[in-house]
Design a protein around this ligand. Structure first.
Ligand code: FES
Length: 320
């Protein structure tokens, strides 16, 4: 968990829809905020209470270091995070981490196809700002239940690179994966962000159309369902190469929880398989990857998420 927090102040707040609040944060001492690249998120210490940490994408223009913009959906099953964010008012203080990024624009692509579902538009908005500023070739498809549910429709509707798709709108404006994603094209990168069901749909259609996995970039806003915490699997041992400590991971436990309970200074943030902060290297044993963050290449390179993955082998040795 990051312990380097930045002090910010809510400089502007507006309710973009009945469930989405948009917050502009500035540095509390008027200094410039750290630089970030499109696709980045920050951890937010909600209500200033250690332990209630949530991740939100930065959705403003990445070149603007005077403020960070967040958009927060009030979750119906909120455990306090999103509702705490909705309670913030202009002038309130908020501690955030420095930006982190596991959802970057491809340096190699000549064309960028951005597909957003609902609040998943936030990191893609920052990407659109960056691509626009760089004169890049891009297209943003923004899908929402209705215009009333879409926080950024007004801002985006006159942008010639943007297509809005509303579930309750006429057929000819609905999102159609066959035409809106189309067939893969070397040099085009596809970026997908939104609720799990939306992402599964878009990514499976892209695979069916022949898009190679390395051309598909994704970020989930909801935890992967099949995480280690829910799995009923056998016991295995995690061995830590640096300290020599060994920890037994029983059915239904996850590695990160056991390590933290044992006082190990393991990296982490979301604990939900979303942020990638807990990634460490496997030195020995056979990992059972259950995250939705690492690419095949990263897994082949030995990277591993302790909050959501397990082991197939009786012992898994980690570079910790
Ligand atoms: S702590 Fe965020 S992915 Fe593991």
């Amino acid at each position: 968990m990051s312990n380097e927090w930045l002090d910010t102040v809510v400089d502007a707040r507006h309710e973009a829809t009945s469930r989405i609040v948009v917050l502009d944060l500035v540095g509390s001492d008027a200094v410039e905020l750290p630089e970030f690249a499109a696709g980045a998120h920050v951890d937010v210490l909600v209500d200033g209470v250690a332990g209630l940490v949530r991740q939100y994408s930065l959705c403003g223009p990445p070149h603007d270091r005077t403020r960070y913009r967040l958009a927060v959906l009030a979750e119906t099953a909120s455990r306090g995070g999103s509702l705490g964010m909705h309670r913030l008012r202009k002038g309130d203080r908020l501690r955030i981490s420095r930006p982190r990024n596991r959802f970057k624009l491809s340096d190699e692509a000549r064309r960028h196809l951005l597909v957003a579902g609902g609040i998943g538009v936030t990191p893609l908005l920052a990407m659109a700002h960056a691509l626009e500023a760089g004169g890049a070739h891009y297209e943003l498809h923004y899908c929402a239940r209705s215009r009333a549910d879409s926080a950024f429709a007004e801002e985006l509707e006159h942008n010639p690179h943007v297509r809005l798709h509303f579930d309750d709108g006429p057929d000819d404006q609905r999102f159609d994966a066959a035409t809106d994603i189309g067939r893969p094209d070397p040099g085009t990168a596809l970026y997908v962000c939104g609720p799990g069901g939306f992402m599964d749909f878009v990514i499976s259609r892209a695979h069916e159309a022949g898009w190679p996995p390395e051309a598909i970039h994704k970020e989930r806003f909801t935890p992967v369902q099949d995480t280690a915490a829910h799995a009923a699997d056998g016991t295995f041992t995690v061995r830590l190469a640096k300290s020599g400590g060994e920890y037994e991971i029983k059915e239904g436990e996850n590695i990160l929880d056991v390590l933290l309970a044992g006082g190990v200074d393991a990296p982490y943030s979301c604990q939900q398989g979303i942020c990638g902060e807990c990634v460490v290297r496997v030195l020995a044993g056979e990992p059972d990857h259950r995250d939705d963050i690492l690419t095949d290449r990263e897994r082949a390179d030995g990277l591993f998420t302790t909050c959501s993955s397990r082991a197939h082998s009786p012992v898994l040795e980690l570079d910790l």
